[in-house]
Design a protein around this ligand. Structure first.
Ligand code: RP5
Length: 165
C-alpha cells in the first residue's frame, strides 16, 4: 500500500497533527511524520516533496499555522495530492493560516480542510489511497456506518428525553 506523509511546519503543530496520525493508525494506513518548515527549512521541505513519489507516498498532508505556506510549497514540488491543514495559532484564530493554505493560484492545488481539521485530512488521504485499494475502501465504509449508527442512537436518546406525554 502507498504511504501517507504528514508534514508539519513546527513541532508546536503536533497537538493538532496527532489526530491525523490516530485516524491513519486506526485504518492501518502506513504513514510517516516529519517537521519541515516552508520558511525555516525550505530546502528540506522541497527535497521531501520532490522525492515523495519515488518513496512510495500516495498523498501528503501538510499542517502549518500563521503565514502557512507549507502545503503550497510542498504542492509546488510534487504532483501527488496535497492536503493542507490550517493550524490555529495564538492570534487571528487560524484565519491567517486558512487563507494562506486555501488561496492557491491556478495550477498548484491544495485540498484544504477546516482549521485544525486533522482527522478529515487523514480521512481524505485514506480516501485517495482507497481509489486503488478495495480493502481500505471497505474500512472507510465501515467507519461511516459506525458514525451513522452513533448519530441514530444519539437521536433515539435525545428524542426520548424530550418526548412529551
Ligand atoms: C508555522 O508557524 C508553524 O506551522 C506553526 O504553526 C507556527 C508557529 O511556529 P513556532 O514558532 O511555534 O515554531 O510555521
Amino acid at each position: 500500500m502507498k504511504k501517507v506523509a504528514i508534514i508539519m511546519g513546527s513541532s508546536s503543530d503536533l497537538g493538532v497533527v496527532r489526530k491525523a496520525a490516530d485516524v491513519l493508525r486506526e485504518l492501518a494506513v502506513p504513514f510517516e511524520v516529519h517537521v519541515y518548515s516552508a520558511h525555516r527549512t525550505p530546502e528540506e521541505a522541497k527535497a521531501f516533496a520532490q522525492n515523495a513519489r519515488e518513496e512510495n507516498f500516495g498523498a501528503i498532508i501538510a499542517a502549518a499555522g500563521k503565514a502557512a505556506h507549507l502545503a503550497g510549497a510542498i504542492a509546488a514540488n510534487t504532483t501527488l495530492p496535497v492536503i493542507g491543514i490550517p493550524v490555529k495559532s495564538s492570534t487571528l484564530d487560524g484565519l491567517d493560516a486558512l487563507l494562506s493554505t486555501v488561496q492557491m493560484p491556478t495550477g498548484i492545488p491544495v485540498a484544504t480542510v477546516a482549521i485544525d481539521g486533522a482527522a478529515n485530512a487523514a480521512l481524505l488521504a485514506a480516501q485517495i489511497l482507497a481509489v486503488e485499494d478495495p480493502e481500505l475502501a471497505r474500512k472507510l465504509a465501515s467507519k461511516r456506518a459506525a458514525d451513522e449508527a452513533k448519530v441514530l442512537a444519539d437521536n433515539a436518546a435525545v428524542a426520548e428525553e424530550f418526548r412529551q406525554q
